[in-house]
Structure formats: C-alpha cells, structure tokens
Design a protein around this ligand. Sequence first.
Ligand SMILES: *[C@@H]1O[C@H](CO)[C@@H](O)[C@H](O)[C@H]1NC(C)=O
Ligand SMILES: *[C@@H]1O[C@H](CO)[C@@H](O)[C@H](O)[C@H]1NC(C)=O
Ligand SMILES: *[C@@H]1O[C@H](CO)[C@@H](O)[C@H](O)[C@H]1NC(C)=O
Length: 415
Amino acid sequence: MIFLLLFNFLCYFSVNGTPHPMKIAVISGYGTLDSDMQTELQNSLKWFQSAFLVNKSSNPVTIKDVFQSIPEYQKFSSVLVQTHLHRQNIKLQDVQQLLEVADFTVFVIAQDPRRCARDPDLLAEAMPIVPPLATMSICLKNNPRHRNPSLDSRFFFDLFRHEILHGLGYGMIIDKSSLTHRPSEKYIWRNSNGIGHPEMRQFLDFDDFALKKAKSHFGCDKMKGIDADGERKNHLNEYIFGNELMTTHLEASGNIFSWISVGIIERTFNGKEQWYHINRTFVAPEANQYSYGRNFGCDFLQRSCHEFIKITEKLRPNMSIAPFCSKNNRNKCFKLPGSELVYKMSDKECEMRRVIGDESVSSCGGNEHKSHSLCFLMTQSTIYHLQTDKQQQRRCPIIKHLPVNYEVVQCPRAG
Ligand SMILES: *[C@@H]1O[C@H](CO)[C@@H](O)[C@H](O)[C@H]1NC(C)=O
Ligand SMILES: *[C@@H]1O[C@H](CO)[C@@H](O)[C@H](O)[C@H]1NC(C)=O
Ligand SMILES: *[C@@H]1O[C@H](CO)[C@@H](O)[C@H](O)[C@H]1NC(C)=O
C-alpha cells in the first residue's frame, strides 16, 4: 500500500498510550517547490520526526473536515504528499487514509499574490485549523534567493521548522484562561540622552515551562514573562531573543530552537493533556548553542539598551555585551560555530540600528486575524527594516559586521 511506503510504519507500530515519533505529512495541490526548498521541507519533517514525540490524537480529522475548512482542496483530483521519507502524488480520495495514519497534516494553500507583492518581505504563513490539521502558504515570488543567490539552503530548513511549529500551535492557540494568560506591562524606554518615552511590553502566553529556562538563560530571577512580538503574541521578541528560531525574523546564518521554545511548544496543549513531548537528547546539541543575551541580566530585559550598556559598563566591566557596542568588548574575541578561527571584537565600527521589538503593527504581517506571518530581510549581515514611526525612536548601538552566531571566547595570549 502506498502509505506504508510513505511513512514506513514498521519502525514505529506504536503501543497505545506511549508517545511515538511524530509523523507529519505536507499535502500540496500546487506541485513541488524549487528542488532545494522541497528538499529542506523534507529535512524539516525529518527533524520533527526526531524531535517530537506525540500520542495519537484522540480526535483525528477526516477529508470532510478538510473540504470544509480548506475549500480550495475540493477542486484537486490529485495532490503531492511529502513526508520525512518520501514524496509522491496520490489521488485525492486516498488522502482520507493518509489523515488516519499521520499525526499531523499540513495543507499548502494558495497565497494571495497581491499580499505577497505588497509586502516583499513576506515569505510564508502558517496556522493551525483544528489540530492535527494546519495550513501553510508561501510567497514564492519573494524567495530570498532572488535577492541573495548565495543564501544557504539551511535558511529554508529554518523557515519550514518555524512555520510548521506555528502550524502545531506555537504562539497561535489562544487561551484566555487566567492560568496561561500573561498581562502586558508599561515601561519607560530611555534614549542615550536620558529622555524616556512610554512603551508596552507584551508576553507570550503558555510560558510557565519556558520562563524557568529563560530566567536562567538571561540570569534574571525576576523576569516576568517571555517577551513577545506585540499584541499578537505569536513570536518571541526579536530584540530580546535575537537568533532564536521563533522570533519574527530569520537570520541568514542560522536560527536556534532553544530550550525556551521547547518550553512554549510543550505547554501548547491540544485539549487537556500535554500532547507534544520534545526528545531532549535529540535537541540538546542545538538548544545548548543558544547564546544570544546569555547572562545579560535583568537590566537587559527591563531597560533600554542605552541604560543596559551604561549599567553593565559600571557594574560588570568584564562582561562582553556584544552585539551592543561597549567598551566592555575591548580585548574580547569571538569565534563562529564549527571553526577554530578567533577574531578580535571591535566596536570601532558601530551603527545605530533600529530595534525590532514589541510593535503592535509592523509593515509586514500586520494582519489582524490568527494567521501568522514571517517576515525576513537580510543582506550580508542581517538588517532589519520594519517601518513604523515608533521604531524610529528606538535605536541601539550595534557592532557592524558582527555575524549573529558569534560565540565570545578568550583571546589568545599575544606573544
Ligand atoms: C498518552 O495517552 C494515554 C492514553 O490516552 C495516556 O494515558 C497517557 O498519559 C498519554 N501520555 C502522554 C505522555 O501524554
Ligand atoms: C531521542 O533521541 C535520541 C538521539 O537522537 C535517540 O537515540 C533516542 O532513541 C530518541 N528517543 C526516543 C524516545 O525516540
Ligand atoms: C576583570 O578585568 C580586570 C582587568 O582586565 C582583571 O584584573 C580581573 O581579574 C577581571 N575579573 C574577572 C572576574 O575576570
């Protein structure tokens, strides 16, 4: 039977009640993507299969549910199925069987070409329908390869991981119960001249597992919540979380699925029971690499970058606070993952860069409904450009040309 081929069940005929590796099928009525994009889609499904353990869903979906919630699928007679193992065209009527055996199914839907054209930074969107069913759309015209032909295909791997995580419910399932809801908070952002203006901080819901991890990562016991991208609460805040996989912007040089995201997705329930379990052994090598903001402390989380820099220079002069420019970075060195080369950190070349934080409306993905959108932009180093008036007031001194995945190391002794 074709589905045995698609999923190779022999590997995990799972015992009822024991979580098993999650099998995701991506179904498209629109044919294949560019070949390396399609390959990275498959690699991302392999990653989910290794990283996620799930119980069989107690309320599987049927083809009728699909036709009802994704009506465009009524018009296809055959579809392309991608699993972590295979890619194959099947007849639409056979999708029913696939829905029965997959743990989660993602349907690729048409993207509105006007939206893609209006917003060249919009790359993809995904949203849960009824778990275990989700949709994903992709602005093919906005493929970042067109602007940056040397872009590593790893970027697409991160893109699909990011989107499918949303499809699984990350930052998307809205629960108004007081148990999981984090109220927002007012604070004052002070500029370098000391003038302050009021800002709002929003926190992700479902953070009770993640907050513990974040407190120890940043070294701040009084951290109040996991800073979100704004009122939508779909993402981790870009300013606070940098190259984490689930921030609003993907970095060209790689994005990390951290213990903080592990905590968020494990707390994203489908019904009463915890559904997703992360295989910690599998994700540890990646999650442990996450170093952005490590030990920056409460001043980083609660004050502006200008105050953070000043306070740290005074109280902890030995701590490097790259990517922020500071005399603290003098005599500090960094290296890149997988390389032994050590570079001197220099903040001679410094630029005031706009901070992407907790804006409630952005130029990209300012859509009001539950759908999630991912914006991206990059040149050699990642440059952010969301244009809102508010953002212009918030700029931070950032070291130019510092790759995002640097790791601070001891400088070799001269001599
Ligand atoms: C999986 O489902 C079984 C049966 O519904 C339940 O007893 C068990 O606790 C679940 N396991 C996990 C880890 O959620
Ligand atoms: C978790 O991942 C490790 C490393 O990849 C693997 O050896 C182990 O079998 C996995 N555990 C489960 C329960 O799948
Ligand atoms: C901090 O730096 C000073 C001067 O470079 C050095 O003497 C001191 O040992 C350092 N302290 C720590 C804790 O590394």
